[in-house]
Design a protein around this ligand. Structure first.
Ligand code: DX5
Ligand code: ZN
Length: 216
């Protein structure tokens, strides 16, 4: 499967987001991962649809919007109209089938995510509901720069197995949190193919080289 790298702008300098997304595109990123936090589903507040709209003209890469918010259904339209290409909603925060219908009605890719403590089975219905992507959190959502939770590897394997059994062998499985050049191989070997990386990309001396190495 094609490995896609989705740098998270959470780890970047928010005073130059426009320049940053342009630089990520020139450095070989596949997606721009936008971590939206509402101060309720997770304690911090980051940014919302207005920021997504502001960076939209600065890159042609898909904007991969990870909504760490309560009541995501009240925000889908704003993100859709702001230029989001993929919207990921938390199974802990909403009714996935209803949200998938809503997201798809804007012609946007729909994706579901679970927190580290949520059993992987919680994502199985999303496969049956026609998910375009599935996301596994490998840290507790809310902050960048945390340590990768090793138990995620087993969840990736189980999820890939379920996708294969369901006739969706090629379904994108994204993993988010604590990914480094050291552990990315295990993440890919377990069956993931979309790699979110915040700190690893933004601490890099040479972003393009680091993105290339993350791809393996
Ligand atoms: C955590 C976010 C992640 C995070 C990843 O709530 O969803 O996308 O920014 O950052 P790193 O790669 O630094 O763990
Ligand atoms: Zn994220």
């Amino acid at each position: 499967m094609k490995i896609k790298i989705a740098p998270s702008i959470l780890a970047s300098d928010f005073s130059k987001l426009g320049e940053t997304v342009g630089l990520l595109e020139r450095s070989g990123a596949d997606y721009i991962h936008c971590d939206v936090m509402d101060g309720n589903f997770v304690p911090p507040i980051t940014f919302g649809a207005q920021t997504v709209k502001a960076i939209r003209p600065h890159t042609s890469l898909p904007l991969d919007c990870h909504l760490m918010v309560l009541h995501p259904e009240t925000h889908i339209e704003d993100f859709a109209l702001s230029g989001a290409d993929i919207i990921t909603v938390h199974a802990e925060a909403c009714n996935i089938p209803a949200l998938f219908k809503q997201i798809a009605s804007y012609g946007i890719k729909k994706s579901a995510v679970i927190n580290p403590e949520t059993p992987v089975e919680a994502l199985f219905p999303a496969v049956e509901e026609g998910a375009d992507m599935l996301l596994l959190m490998s840290v507790h959502p809310g902050w960048g720069g945390q340590k990768f939770i090793g138990e995620t590897l087993k969840k990736i394997e189980l999820l890939r197995e379920f996708c294969i059994k369901s006739g969706r062998a090629e379904l994108d499985i994204e993993v988010d949190g604590g990914i480094t050049e050291e552990n990315v191989r295990d993440v890919i070997a377990a069956g993931a193919n979309v790699i979110v990386a915040g700190s690893t990309v933004f601490r890099a001396k040479d972003m393009a080289e680091t993105i290339g190495r993350l791809r393996g």
